[in-house]
Design a protein around this ligand. Structure first.
Ligand SMILES: [Zn+2]
Length: 307
């Protein structure tokens, strides 16, 4: 029988999520003997700017209303960086970040300015990308005392310039994309040597809007069924660590009852890199996902002619 494994990737996008959601998730994991991989946004929390997507992106308002975003994310997060000043997450929440590392979880970088990267990466110059990414790594080094060995792009948004900035850091791996299994990314004709481990399962904020999954029980049944083979599941400190913590605990308990194991992403990376020659090269592209506004970066579906 193929072992069932779910690597939990915890994206921390905001001050509120990092300060309050991370300790809650640490308690949830500790109670179950689970280890995960946390990625921290380290610069200004301008998440309130996401509110403007309500007016600029098709489908976002409907999603906000259906998912009841204010109750999902909290009004403070919704307004942060707009009506309220933008807190610096690395300054306000360093202790919560360190406590994740102390508890034996993987930790890495989830960008400097999450909103800017997510919304504007394609218009940022190589120099701007390198500066943004470098600031996040410098702040991580200040907080943890050692360089970050892994990173995850905000909003699964990557391009040749971001992969280039990443390559200079000598990371063990990155987790920037959605769908499919691990690969070395190709972009703008260049093949990069930082292993990419994609998120494979849909996120809870995507499945919560689905008409065919109207109840918590239906959501739990969906995730229980989805945990086949090895999966990477992204959760958000702002969601699973706060308003949806109870549902998340139910999902974890179903998986534990089924014998699902929870490797950290660094463990998956080590396993994959041990067979370096078997790692495929895939071109990255942008794609839309059900339940999510805008586009994300993917190495899937594989294009055989190019791979
Ligand atoms: Zn994020």
């Amino acid at each position: 029988m193929i072992p069932r494994r779910v690597a939990l990737k915890v994206d921390c996008d905001t001050a509120e999520g990092t300060r309050d959601g991370v300790p809650r998730l640490l308690a949830i994991f500790a109670a179950r003997g689970i280890r995960a991989t946390f990625f921290f946004t380290l610069g200004p929390d301008r998440s309130g700017l996401a509110v403007r997507r309500v007016f600029t992106q098709k489908g976002f308002l409907r999603k906000m209303l259906r998912s009841r975003a204010p109750s999902l994310y909290g009004w403070r997060t919704m307004l942060s960086g707009t009506l309220l000043p933008a807190p610096m997450i690395g300054e306000c929440c360093a202790e919560a970040m360190r406590s994740a590392a102390r508890a034996g979880h993987d930790t890495g970088v989830h960008g400097w300015d999450h909103v800017r990267w997510h919304d504007r990466l394609d218009t940022m110059t190589a120099e701007e990308v390198r500066e943004d990414y470098g600031r996040a790594h410098a702040e991580y080094l200040r907080i943890f005392g050692i360089p970050a060995r892994m990173s995850a792009a905000p909003g699964w948004t990557a391009n040749a310039r971001s992969l280039e900035a990443q390559e200079e850091r000598g990371l063990v791996f990155a987790s920037d994309t959605r769908g499919g299994s691990y690969f070395f990314p190709r972009a703008d004709g260049r093949v990069f040597r930082t292993l990419e481990i994609p998120t494979t399962l849909p996120t809870l904020d995507e499945t919560l809007g689905r008409d065919d999954l109207p109840t918590d029980d239906a959501q739990r049944a969906f995730f229980r069924e989805a945990a086949r083979g090895t999966q990477v599941h992204t959760i958000h400190a702002e969601v699973e660590g706060r308003s949806k913590a109870g549902l998340f605990e139910g999902i974890l308990d179903d998986w534990l009852a089924d014998g699902v194991a929870f490797p950290r992403l660094s463990e998956l990376a080590r396993e994959v890199l041990a067979h370096h020659e078997a790692i495929p090269v895939r071109s990255i592209s942008q794609t839309a996902l059900p339940g999510r506004a805008g586009v994300v970066t993917t190495g899937w579906p594989e294009t055989p002619a190019q791979a």
